[in-house]
Design a binder for this molecule. Structure first.
Ligand code: AMP
Ligand code: MG
Length: 327
């Protein structure tokens, strides 16, 4: 089975072709173009969607060429139907719908967050993990029970990705800023106390963001280090409690912030204490990409019929814990 996956929820427009044979998945191609806002600014949904429209034809043809397939070879098309920015989501949906109707290929709307999890499981081999999803759009602890991904903790305000990006933009970095903050943070071990806020199993980052912003003029490296140490320690505490509560023996970290080495280091020591295996999505596939959508489409097609074209909407705030998973 061959599936084309289309991702366009936020900054990235990506197409990927994946092949599924039995339980095995192979990434035949994964092409991306990323919208980069001007330094110090966030994603402007209209500008990002314009970028996606301009990129779509080129990304699609490069993706098919690299996979050495023609559109007619595809068994299905999956697109990220949400959650995400409305104008951006619509670009992916229009491309998917056009190909599906013109070439008569079954179409599957896919939840982007579930895409992160399923691709993480495929690439790491984790079987039944507690999942930490940390990205621009999510900060959640999840476990699969009774056909749904259940939330065991989440952010009460901004996500971990937003914390890093908003702090970075206030310091004049170009978004996304996580990598640059990680590099600056690695140059010091000078810790300044910042607000630490874990409430039950949830976290809150807005106070930490304001305090870190006011610390920045005293020394950017120290501020980056203190911000990372505080935010990641909060995440590690919530993760450890969720591991202890769910008794899961695997932890899987997915989403763009999974690329951060210091976060992995802290979570590895949590896993050691909880006698649990640690998995993290490989760097190249931790952020948004077509592969996560293609693979989830292939899994969905095992138990679900494809969508009627009139049901191929986009849903800006589509929570993953509302999705019934039967595969
Ligand atoms: P996603 O929404 O899954 O594409 O993830 C994007 C988020 O990942 C952005 O907020 C980035 O700043 C963040 N990110 C990417 N690389 C790193 C890194 N090395 N350390 C921390 N955050 C990162
Ligand atoms: Mg994402």
């Amino acid at each position: 089975m061959l599936c084309l996956g289309i991702e366009s929820t936020a900054h990235t427009f990506s197409c990927a072709v994946l092949e599924k044979k039995g339980k095995h998945g192979k990434i035949c191609s994964d092409i991306r173009k990323i919208y980069r806002p001007p330094e110090g600014e966030g994603i402007h949904p209209r500008e990002a969607s314009r970028h996606h429209i301009e990129s779509s034809a080129g990304v699609l043809s490069e993706c098919l060429q690299k996979a050495k397939v023609r559109i007619n070879d595809l068994d299905l098309i999956a697109y990220a139907a949400g959650p995400g920015l409305g104008p951006c989501l619509r670009v992916g949906a229009v491309v998917a719908r056009s190909l599906s109707t013109y070439y008569q290929i079954p179409i599957y709307p896919v939840n982007h967050a579930i895409g992160h999890i399923e691709l993480g499981k495929l690439l790491t081999g984790a079987k039944n993990p507690l999942v930490l999803l940390v990205s621009g759009g999510h900060t959640m602890l999840l476990a699969f029970m009774m056909n749904k991904w259940r939330v065991f903790g989440e952010t009460l305000d901004i996500t971990l990705g937003q914390l890093l990006d908003q702090f970075g933009r206030s310091a004049g970095f170009a978004s996304p800023c996580g990598k640059q903050i990680e590099t600056l943070a690695s140059k010091t071990t000078n810790y300044f106390p910042l607000p630490y806020s874990v409430k039950g199993n949830d976290v809150s980052f807005s106070g930490l963001l304001s305090a870190a912003k006011s610390l920045a003029p005293q020394g950017l490296e120290d501020a980056c280090y203190s911000l990372q140490e505080t935010a990641f320690a909060m995440i590690a505490e919530a993760t450890e409690r969720a591991l202890s509560f769910t008794k899961k023996k695997e932890l899987l970290v997915v989403g763009g912030v999974a690329a951060n080495k210091r976060l992995s280091e802290m979570l590895k020591s949590v896993c050691k204490r909880q006698n649990c295996k640690f998995f993290v999505t490989p760097l190249k596939f931790s952020g948004d990409c077509g592969s996560q959508i293609a693979w989830t489409g292939l899994l969905e097609s095992q138990t679900k019929k494809s969508s009627e074209i009139e049901n191929t909407f986009v849903k800006q705030s589509w929570r993953l814990d509302t999705v019934q998973v039967n595969y």
